[in-house]
Design a protein around this ligand. Structure first.
Ligand SMILES: *Cc1c(COP(=O)(O)O)cnc(C)c1O
Length: 383
């Protein structure tokens, strides 16, 4: 939790106490415009123009809203291409969107699955599958970083391949935002969504965000599910019928912003601003490379049967996260690490996830944690 969260919340609590509902228009940061305070930082973090991003809703809500606008199936073109290991919320969203359009996921959902004996997808496999289904694909929906394996996908290439067959391209950046270097505007996907409570450190349930590329900023033909916070700001409180969307991403907002969660988000975004994206990326690259080096060293000594490195090792294919497996005893190792002060994460059946981050981790912590892993493997290695 950023130390400045309490003070940031205090400002809005005071405004609430002092101005009650009038806090929407009065006080230090009138709530009516509060989300604007997040925009410049989010544009920097995602490599976007300010009109392309907005802090609003949660990830899954935004995914639904943007699929309403961008998944427009026809008889000939009605496939959604995603990965088979996608985060469950994304799977549920896609499946129910297909059914909402009267389509059967068994026919219209194509899932990319790693080939036998592999844990991750190759770029060739993604490219070939997009070509294989070609003009039958309506939407390519991929993560920026795979949440289990830590694999970073080549979003520029995926966008190119998807657009080349006439598909819409969207990204789930839950594990990418605040982690890897993003250039959404340049890469050119149609949309992207993210949450703020992973690498962005903004606290439980704090609002996420969405990206809509500039080329769609003012497209009256895009259908959407609208709400008053997406309506033209100058006449929002006139309360007149007739929806007129805000220019760009802001037009996908629905509701009065959850200011307290957003205040926590702002506290964190200020830290990102102060540290600077380039500086953070440099530090992240150094820490990630060092962690990879340490894990490979452990594997070199203990053997592949003792520890399997799941995250691909190629340059650019991993961010802060490294995933590995020690077989059936992963949960035991997790507990051992936790008892000794290292917080990792375990995903059934056997994936351990570790992510030193540039804002608050240091190389000596990687050493401490890797020494613990090495020691545990030594104690538990098979004869
Ligand atoms: C964490 C995560 C989510 C969570 O969605 P919410 O709507 O914010 O709860 C969705 N997708 C992915 C890939 C995630 O990692």
């Amino acid at each position: 939790m950023p130390r400045s969260v309490r003070a940031m919340l205090e400002v809005e609590l005071n405004s609430w106490q002092e101005h009650a509902v009038e806090g929407h228009f009065r006080g230090q940061n009138p709530w009516m415009h509060y989300h604007h305070l997040c925009t410049p930082s989010l544009a920097k973090i995602t490599g976007s123009e300010e009109e392309e991003v907005v802090c609003t809703n949660s990830l899954t809500t935004n995914l639904h809203l943007l699929m309403v606008s961008f998944f427009r199936p026809t008889d000939q073109r009605n496939i959604i291409l995603m990965e088979s290991g996608a985060f469950p919320s994304d799977q549920y969203a896609v499946e129910t969107q297909l059914r909402f359009h009267g389509l059967n996921p068994a026919d219209c959902l194509v899932e990319l699955k790693p080939v036998a004996g592999r844990r991750t997808l190759s770029s060739e496999q993604i490219r070939d599958t997009i070509h294989q289904y070609g003009n039958r694909i309506a939407l390519v929906l991929m993560p920026g970083v795979q949440y289990q394996t830590g694999q970073v996908f080549d979003m520029a290439e995926i966008t190119r391949w998807g657009h080349a067959v006439g598909a819409v391209v969207g990204f789930d950046l839950a594990h990418a935002v605040g982690n890897i270097n993003l250039k959404l505007h340049e890469w050119g996907p149609d949309f992207a969504v993210w949450c703020s409570y992973k690498y962005l450190n903004s606290g439980p349930g704090s609002p996420g965000g969405l990206f809509v590329h500039q080329r769609h900023a003012q497209n009256p033909d895009l259908p959407r599910f609208a709400g008053w916070w997406g309506h033209d700001e100058s006449s929002r409180f006139a309360m007149q019928p007739g929806f007129r969307p805000m220019h760009g991403a802001a037009g996908w907002q629905l509701s009065n912003a959850p200011v307290l969660g957003m205040a926590a988000h702002r506290a964190s975004l200020e830290l990102f601003d102060r540290a600077g994206t380039e500086h953070l990326q440099e530090r992240a690259a150094a820490l990630s490379a060092y962690l990879r080096h340490r894990l490979e060293d452990i594997q070199g000594r203990r053997g592949r049967h003792a520890i399997e490195l799941i995250t691909p090792k190629e340059h650019g294919s991993f961010g802060c996260q490294q995933s590995f497996s020690v077989g059936q005893r992963g949960e035991e190792l997790l507990q051992y690490l936790q008892q000794n002060g290292a917080l990792l994460d375990f995903r059934r059946p056997d994936i351990l996830r570790m992510a030193p981050v540039p804002l608050y981790n240091q190389a000596n912590e990687i050493d401490l944690c890797c020494d613990l892993i090495d020691h545990w493997l030594e104690q538990h290695s098979r004869p």
